[in-house]
Design a protein around this ligand. Sequence first.
Ligand code: ADP
Length: 171
Amino acid sequence: MSSVRVWLGDITTLDVDAIVNAANSSLLGGGGVDGAIHRAAGPELREECRELGGCPTGEARISGGHRLFARHIIHTVGPVWHGGDKGEDELLASCYRASLALAEEHDVHTLAFPAISTGVYGFPIERAAQIAVREVRGHLAGPTGLDEVILVVFSSRDEDVYREALFPHGE
Ligand code: ADP
């Protein structure tokens, strides 16, 4: 049985097969979790990402993990929040689905996601957490090579929101 859990901390430190990066469409690095991943993986990551030639919102691309423990980095570009009626929900769901599909293709057994779009891109965390949990659980309910998916949060407030999405009312 594959499992999903919430973990509070720095995603770059995780010893998993792959981590997901909340990238921007250039894939050349930025702030937030993207900056942290590029710093931890080293300059070779930027070189490899340059070859990938960017990524549209809602899609994902894969690279090596370079100096990380993770063998792979799955770069996905979340939507910028514009109030919720510009297809943001569907684009965010698409990021999770595209990342999970790439993980399966690359024989990933353990995968960690950050809270895509909920930082600088402004997607409300409660709404993003519902989408993350729905997409990951939905995926794990089908045929999968994944053993564990870790939803990584970076503040204790976000941790509470994610726990509530995963286990409503402490269920
Ligand atoms: P976006 O541009 O997609 O909003 P951000 O990097 O600004 O991406 O934020 C996405 C989420 O990643 C936020 O919840 C932020 O708190 C979190 N975050 C930032 N740094 C790290 C890190 N080192 N490990 C895990 N999560 C992080």
